[in-house]
Design a protein around this ligand. Structure first.
Ligand code: ADP
Length: 273
């Protein structure tokens, strides 16, 4: 017969493992719910632009093609919607590859300046079209940083693209990098655009979460940009920091370890996720 003490241990063990199992079942149920919700969202996101393309094409074929007052705007709408589908296909394949661990993350020292300059160059036309000024501010000397250059580029593109998209006529976007006393480089993308109310902030990195659906869609948004950013940063062991004031603008930021003499100065990112 087990002693009183042993009995207590046994009961405790059953209780503890029982709870764990229950927790695991809950987790599985939760995952299944996420999966269903995700598939539901994807099919909804696909249907909307497909219906638009179908509708406008049918109207054109029914005779509108000969009406110069509408045919051009219909064709533009078709193009906008096919662009949205294209963005969605690209972002979905990204999310899928990241989540299945297929997307290899490398970790190497790289120069932030040339990366930031490339990002600014690639978004210049978009910013000009929206009459938004896109600039960068980096100190004269900045150590290299450690991470996956191509993925970090994508993080910066997604953040800067949002800062342009959710801005106002005549707005500003600035990509800033500075060395912190902790020997990390902090990179921020700041805008003086629409801003975000505090209740939305914790949910922004959820897949398909948008503050203003129609604004996001009209700008070609997929609702996946920040989810991708979060994944890439977490593969680097980093977090996305968000500060925002409705009506005056937002700042999105993250840090990367600085590298001196080829060695990162603090914890290196995981090589892959
Ligand atoms: P989307 O494709 O809709 O831009 P994201 O995942 O990149 O998707 O962003 C999610 C939502 O967060 C956006 O729909 C928008 O409502 C909000 N958001 C993101 N960046 C900004 C910003 N710089 N200013 C205001 N709102 C933003």
């Amino acid at each position: 017969r087990p002693s009183g003490d042993e009995m207590r241990k046994l009961v405790w063990e059953v209780f503890r493992t029982g709870q764990t199992l229950e927790g695991e079942i809950q987790d599985l149920k939760q995952m299944e719910n996420y999966r269903r919700e995700f598939i539901g969202n994807v099919s909804h996101e696909l249907k909307t632009p497909i219906f638009s393309v179908q509708g406008f094409t049918e109207t054109l074929l029914d005779g509108a093609v000969d009406d110069p007052s509408v045919n051009r705007s219909f064709l533009e709408k078709i193009m906008r919607n096919t662009n949205r589908l294209d963005n969605l296909a690209r972002d979905l394949s990204h999310i899928a590859r990241i989540e299945t661990g297929e997307l290899e993350m490398s970790a190497e020292p790289f120069d932030l300046r040339s990366l930031v300059e490339g990002v600014v160059e690639s978004l210049e036309i978009k910013a000009e079209n929206k009459n938004v000024t896109l600039q960068h501010r980096l100190p004269e000397s900045l150590p290299k940083v450690y991470g996956d250059r191509e993925r970090v580029r994508q993080v910066l593109v997604n953040l800067s693209d949002n800062a342009i998209k959710y801005n106002r006529e005549g707005g500003h976007v600035e990509i800033i990098a500075r060395l912190l006393p902790s020997d990390e480089v902090k990179i921020t993308v700041a805008d003086d655009g629409l801003g975000i109310s505090p209740e939305h902030i914790p949910r922004l990195t959820e897949r398909f979460y948008r503050v203003d659906k129609s604004r996001s869609r009209s700008q070609g948004g997929t609702g996946l940009g920040l989810a991708i950013v979060k994944h890439i940063l977490s593969a680097h062991g980093r977090e996305l920091m968000i500060e925002s004031t409705p009506g005056s603008g937002s700042t999105f930021g993250f840090t990367l370890p600085a590298v001196y003499d080829g060695e990162p100065t603090n914890e290196a990112p995981t090589a892959s996720e």
